[in-house]
Design a protein around this ligand. Structure first.
Ligand code: HEM
Ligand code: HEM
Length: 456
């Protein structure tokens, strides 16, 4: 009680000093305060609902993502002073940066780890938005902008991955770009466009460098601005509203929200800084196009797709399924829902229950199918006379769609869920499948991409 009173007093003193004291333009401190206040109030409204301040409403994830993008731009600009985007010089410039530039290693590590955290945080933000139903009505289009932001973040990471020009970079980009060969009709042309030739080389590095340091950061900043504006236009974030007006009380953004954002920002920066001090960003020997490491793995966020390629024909694993997922994500807010619950985690008790069941099903089924496919089944051998694109592609893909449709109907009938809850159950099932595939590739694929289980 005493502590609470003291905290409120600090806030009150803060607030009074900001709102009731007259500003003296001749005083340096007052001028700084006005500039800071107007900067903060460009992004936020002056008043916000007190309930929206609770950390568990957003977990601060959108703000963290925005901060990380700014830090990426800052550390990226510093890296550019030393980095040279040419195959003969890139690797040496990184070694030079590590050995001869004050804090060079730390800045590189920071850029690397905050890039990794960024993918995780944006993904968690997507999950927060989805599971609180914050994609209906006025928020529909902002969800679509979000999907594009996620893609830009992934491609920023992907283009950055090649820049150190070591064995890891060279072969991860070789593996990932060769997935494009399987795009029907235009596959070869597409690979040539992305690589700037048939092989990864000087042109690829320059293309990736330009996308990484100019085009993608500009796109990110522009779409991010639009994204924030849409959050405000929709009336702020979603949270469980109360019937009584006293509980929907408004408070001033400054200091309440800004103070909290400041604390979250400091903690996030401290965590990444600690990471960067203790863990070096990976750097193997200089790229050698003549020698491929075994296994040659894609960057970690594409390892789920690489794992899928071991089970499906590449046309399905690398092109059709990812396109399906992206289109599904974009169209999610536009499906016709019979109820539009917002601000409540997992929509309802039934939503929670069916999500748990789907998570459980995903956790059991995915590893079982992976093991069965590795040791017991090979559709292309069973259906030997049929082309692999059908026996290993169309056939298992259709089977998967039928199973998913069956599961959809099962959840709907057995638990009498509404459309939003049933789609949520499917979302959870596929989320778990994707996570298990990714973790399997990261943790359990060894030489020749064979399954290396702890008891093997
Ligand atoms: C969302 C934004 C960004 C992400 C996710 C990102 C991610 C990455 C990643 C993963 C690497 C490879 C680091 C390594 O392991 O060595 C990298 C390298 C690099 N990035 Fe970025 N980056 C971003 C923005 C920028 C910007 C805005 C610039 C410059 C204007 C920049 C400049 C560089 C440079 C010069 C390198 C090569 C140095 C190195 O590899 O250590 N980055 N970036
Ligand atoms: C660079 C990546 C992103 C940044 C910097 C970003 C930033 C933000 C911020 C600061 C908010 C305000 C509330 C909060 O912090 O949660 C927000 C809300 C929102 N974001 Fe994002 N976001 C990004 C990616 C995404 C993605 C991937 C999606 C979904 C596909 C998405 C969809 C939304 C929606 C629908 C809202 C409104 C939520 C509500 O009203 O509660 N965003 N975003």
């Amino acid at each position: 009680m005493k502590k609470e009173l003291k905290k409120n007093n600090i806030f009150k003193r803060f607030k009074d000093s900001i709102y009731t004291r007259s500003i003296n333009p001749k005083k340096e401190r007052d001028r700084i305060q006005v500039v800071f206040q107007s900067l903060a109030l460009h992004l936020h409204p002056t008043m916000i609902p007190e309930k929206a301040l609770k950390f568990s409403v957003t977990w601060g994830l959108g703000g963290m993502a925005a901060l990380l993008i700014l830090l990426q731009a800052l550390t990226g600009i510093l890296l550019r002073f030393v980095y040279q985007p040419f195959p003969g010089k890139a690797y040496d410039s990184i070694i030079y940066l590590k050995n001869n530039i004050l804090f060079g290693d730390l800045i590189r590590n920071f850029h690397h780890w905050s890039g990794t955290f960024l993918v995780l945080i944006v993904f968690l933000h997507l999950l927060r938005v989805y599971f609180t139903g914050a994609y209906h009505d006025k928020r529909q289009f902002n969800w679509v902008l979000g999907v594009f932001l996620l893609l830009f973040v992934i491609f920023s990471n992907f283009t950055g991955y090649l820049l150190p020009w070591d064995q890891l970079a060279f072969w991860a980009i070789t593996v990932s770009t060769s997935m494009l060969f399987y795009v029907p009709l235009i596959g070869d042309t597409l690979v040539e466009m992305v690589r700037g030739g048939s092989e990864i080389g000087e042109a690829t590095l320059l293309i990736f460098y330009n996308f990484h340091t100019s085009i993608l950061p500009l796109l990110l900043l522009a779409v991010m601005g639009f994204h924030f504006w849409r959050v405000r236009k929709a009336g702020g974030v979603v949270f469980p509203k109360s019937e009584s007006d006293t509980e929907n009380k408004l408070v001033t953004t400054l200091p309440h929200l800004i103070f909290r954002e400041f604390v979250v920002a400091l903690i996030l920066i401290a965590v990444i800084l600690l990471f960067s001090i203790f863990f070096d960003a990976p750097l193997l020997e200089k790229a050698n196009p003549a020698f491929s490491p075994n296994p040659a793995k894609a960057p970690w966020y594409f390892e789920g797709l690489q794992e899928l390629m071991l089970h499906f024909h590449p046309l399905f694993a690398a092109i059709i399924i990812p396109t399906f997922i992206t289109l599904f994500l974009i169209s999610l807010p536009y499906l016709k829902y019979d109820s539009k619950v917002t601000g409540i985690w997992f929509l309802s008790d039934k939503g929670k229950q069916t999500s748990k069941i789907s998570a459980f099903v995903g956790l059991i089924i995915t590893p079982s199918l992976i093991i069965m496919d590795e040791y017991f089944f090979d559709f292309s051998l069973i259906l030997e006379s049929i082309p692999p694109v059908i026996s290993n592609g169309l056939f298992p893909f259709t089977l998967l769609l039928l199973l998913q449709t069956g599961y959809y109907k099962y959840i709907k009938i057995k638990y009498t869920t509404n459309k939003a809850e049933t789609i949520q159950a499917m979302f959870v099932l596929n989320l778990i499948i994707f996570l298990v595939l990714t973790l399997t590739s990261i943790l359990f694929r060894g030489e020749g991409m064979a399954l290396t289980l702890p008891w093997n």
